[in-house]
Each structure stands twice: as structure tokens, then as C-alpha cells.
Design a protein around this ligand. Structure first.
Ligand code: GDD
Ligand code: MN
Length: 394
């Protein structure tokens, strides 16, 4: 048998091709930098664990960034023993997240996965993750923060940094970070089709938030694991990675703003103001129908509520409405929306009077504050009550 050769490192845009090789169910990428003492042990354990559940239809792709300790050579030795091990030695591009994606670009399996090489991710958790993917999940993530999860004796500082990073993420990207209990995890599997047509553009270490932010991920599953102590080598995490993580969050926020339901809710609300104003003119202006102001306002406001409901039901919360089809369900959502927005109107008038009459705030500033407060009220209540999240499993 010819000696194994290095797989050429894919280049160009970070997109994942369609289609997979039926002979490969799972492609597990193992990014390495100075892991020569760990990668051979891990690969041996993975063969023992994956052979059964996957009937041997898997591949392990080591993506090494030209490690000074020549990790890629150790991996090539493993490839000699078993051709299901494939090795990429990158000599230009660097970085954990792009290493993972380049590995996925060279992958042939329908399910793509990633885990650390340093034995801090218990290899046996792959079996649980694979079981979730076999049940139909789009993404199955290892988590330290669910039952069966945890970290070995991390310092208080490391725990605070990890949790702090998570809270920051929940502030900037709530719709993404809230989908998993451990968005910092680098141990997960994702269905190739969930990345179809997506160009990834990560920064730093956190590949999971990149996939959740840009992928078509509906069904998310989690499997608990205990993040172990590293035995050989050392962590490559530096302060720079925390800056990169923040920049990554902001970049994802900018690129996915149009997908955020709150952004869409505000866009719809703005069009609703135009409908309200237009109808108020049409109904009450002396140059038009000249009806009474209050009657015109009530009709205009109700028309705007109906307009906003139809757009929010179809676009803002379209994915959730689709899970509760039918006229009765739609009518129930409309009545709920109407009630919340009418209550919001009363809150708007009350807040405006409070700020203007008691707080002596300029009327237009007071009105703007009242509108902003009521927009938050309307969005949050409608999202939680009318378009309540259906369990993420199909
Ligand atoms: N190819 C490549 N290039 N691999 C890298 C690079 C890089 O620049 N930097 C790190 N790695 C590899 C390491 O060799 C290891 O296999 C894995 O990525 C994790 O690196 P560590 O340096 O061990 O990170 P950690 O132990 O602090 O783990 C943190 O990051 C992991 C990756 O996101 C934790 O947040 C883990 O939950 C997370 O999985
Ligand atoms: Mn590690």
C-alpha cells in the first residue's frame, strides 16, 4: 500500500460543498497545534469508539498548522495504519476556526464534526453526539452546562472568563447564543446540509457560534461532557482570543441583523407607523374625508395593528408560525397580538403623560421614549406568548 500522502489544504471562500460520499457517514475534524503527544492517543481511542456505531464509515481529518513539534508526521503514521485518517498540513493560513472549516471542506461525510486533539474532550461523547444526529438533529453540541457536564478543576478566573464571555454573547447575539447552553464549546457535530450555500467568516476560536449564526440550524441537541485537565502540551488561548471573540460577535451581529426577529419586528413596526399616519390623514384631514380625530385614530391604529400582525406572522416569526399552521391558530395569534398592542397603546399614552406632565420632559422626547418602551413590551410579550418557541426538535 502506497504511503499516505498529505491532503492538500483547501483554499478560497469558506463554503461547504453540497453532496457527500455514502461510504462516509461522519467526518470528524481534529485541529492541532503542537499536539504530537496527544493526537496518536486520541486517534486510537476514536477508532475503538466509532467502529461499531458507524460501522466503520467515518474519517478522521487532522488539520495541523505546521506545528513545530511536527504533529502532522504523527498523524501521517496513524494514516499509514488506517486510511480513514487523513492529514492536512497548512503552511499559510493559521487559526483554529479556519482549520476546522478547511477540514470540513476536504471532508466527504454527510455529518461534519470537530473536537480538540488534547484529550480534554472525552472521545466517548462522540457516540452520544452521533446518536443525536442519527435521530435527525441538525446540530449536536457537547456541553459543560447540562446534566453530565462540567469542567475539571478550572481556576475561578477561567470559569468567570468563560461565563463572562457567554453573557457578553447573550447580550450581543441573544438569538444565537441562547440556542445552546455552552456556546464556547468546540466539540460538536453539524449536518452538512445545514451549511449549504453558507460562506463562513469566523474569527478566533469559537466555531460553534459561527455555525449557529450563519447555518440553517433548526433542531439542536446537547450532550453533557466534563472538560478534562490537559495532560500533555499547553492551551493556546491568549488574551488576543478574547478580543477576537468580541469582534467575532460584532461581525456576526452586523451580518445577521436582518435575521434577528427584534430587528424585523422594528422594521414592521415602522411600516405600521406609515399605515397609521396615512390612514389618519385619509380619514381625518379636512382636505380628505374629514371624520372626527378620535374615530379616525382608532380606525387607523387598528388597521396598523392588522398590518403589523400579518407581516410579523409571515416574516418576523415566520418559522414559528409555520409550526402552528391553520386558520384557528392564526386567529388566536391575531387576537393575542391585538390585545398586547392595545394594552401597549394604553401604556404608551400613560407613559407619555407621566413623562410630559410629571417629568416635564419635552413632549416629542417623551413620545419617543414611550414608543421605544412599548416596542420592547410588544416585542417581548408577543415573542414569548403569541409566537412561543416550539421545542427545537422536529
Ligand atoms: N490547526 C490549529 N490551529 N489548531 C489549533 C490552533 C490553531 O491555530 N489553536 C489551537 N488549536 C487546537 C489545539 O491543538 C487543540 O486541539 C484545540 O485547538 C483547542 O486548543 P486549546 O489551546 O487546547 O484550547 P482550550 O483547551 O483552551 O479550549 C478552549 O477552546 C476550545 C476550542 O474552541 C475551550 O473553550 C474549549 O471548550 C474549546 O473546545
Ligand atoms: Mn485544550
Amino acid at each position: 500500500m502506497p504511503p499516505p500522502v498529505l491532503v492538500p489544504a483547501p483554499t478560497g471562500p469558506l463554503t461547504i460543498a453540497r453532496g457527500s460520499d455514502p461510504a462516509v457517514k461522519l467526518s470528524l475534524v481534529i485541529p492541532t497545534f503542537n499536539e504530537s503527544k496527544n493526537v496518536g492517543t486520541l486517534i486510537g481511542q476514536l477508532h475503538g469508539l466509532l467502529q461499531g456505531p458507524l460501522e466503520g464509515k467515518y474519517e478522521l481529518i487532522v488539520v495541523d498548522d505546521d506545528s513545530p513539534d511536527r504533529t502532522w508526521e504523527v498523524a501521517l503514521k496513524c494514516a499509514e495504519a488506517d486510511p480513514r485518517v487523513r492529514v492536512i498540513r497548512r503552511q499559510g493560513e493559521r487559526g483554529l476556526s479556519t482549520a476546522v472549516i478547511r477540514g470540513w471542506q476536504a471532508a466527504r461525510g454527510e455529518v461534519l464534526a470537530v473536537m480538540d486533539a488534547d484529550l480534554q474532550h472525552p472521545p466517548e461523547v462522540n457516540v452520544g453526539l452521533w446518536a443525536e444526529m442519527a435521530r435527525g438533529a441538525d446540530l449536536a453540541a457537547g456541553s459543560r452546562h447540562v446534566e453530565g457536564g462540567g469542567v475539571s478543576n478550572w481556576s475561578l478566573l477561567r470559569r468567570m472568563l468563560s461565563r463572562g464571555a457567554q453573557l457578553l454573547g447573550l447580550l450581543i447575539l441573544p438569538g444565537v447564543l441562547s440556542r445552546v447552553s455552552d456556546p464556547m464549546s468546540g466539540y460538536f457535530m453539524v449536518r452538512r446540509s445545514a451549511l449549504d450555500g453558507v460562506t463562513l467568516d469566523p474569527l478566533g476560536y469559537k466555531i460553534l457560534i459561527e455555525v449557529l449564526g450563519r447555518g440553517h440550524i433548526k433542531w439542536v441537541s446537547e450532550v453533557g461532557y466534563v472538560f478534562r485537565e490537559r495532560v500533555e502540551g499547553e492551551s493556546k488561548v491568549t488574551g488576543k482570543l478574547y478580543i477576537e471573540y468580541l469582534l467575532h460577535l460584532l461581525k456576526l451581529r452586523r451580518d445577521t441583523l436582518w435575521r434577528s426577529s427584534f430587528f424585523r419586528f422594528c422594521v414592521v413596526g415602522t411600516t405600521g407607523v406609515a399605515v397609521d399616519m396615512g390612514l389618519l390623514y385619509l380619514l381625518s384631514d379636512p382636505r380628505s374625508l374629514g371624520l372626527g380625530l378620535t374615530r379616525s385614530k382608532i380606525l387607523a391604529a387598528e388597521a396598523a395593528i392588522i398590518w403589523n400582525f400579518l407581516l410579523n406572522d409571515a416574516w418576523t416569526f415566520g418559522e414559528r408560525s409555520a409550526k402552528a399552521p391553520g386558520v384557528r391558530a392564526k386567529l388566536r395569534r391575531f387576537l393575542g397580538f391585538n390585545a398586547i398592542c392595545t394594552a401597549g397603546l394604553a401604556l404608551n399614552v400613560g407613559l407619555l403623560n407621566l413623562l410630559f406632565n410629571l417629568g416635564h420632559v419635552n413632549r416629542y422626547l417623551a413620545n419617543a421614549v414611550a414608543i421605544l418602551a412599548v416596542t420592547g413590551w410588544n416585542y417581548w410579550l408577543n415573542r414569548q406568548l403569541n409566537w412561543a418557541p416550539v421545542r427545537s426538535e422536529e
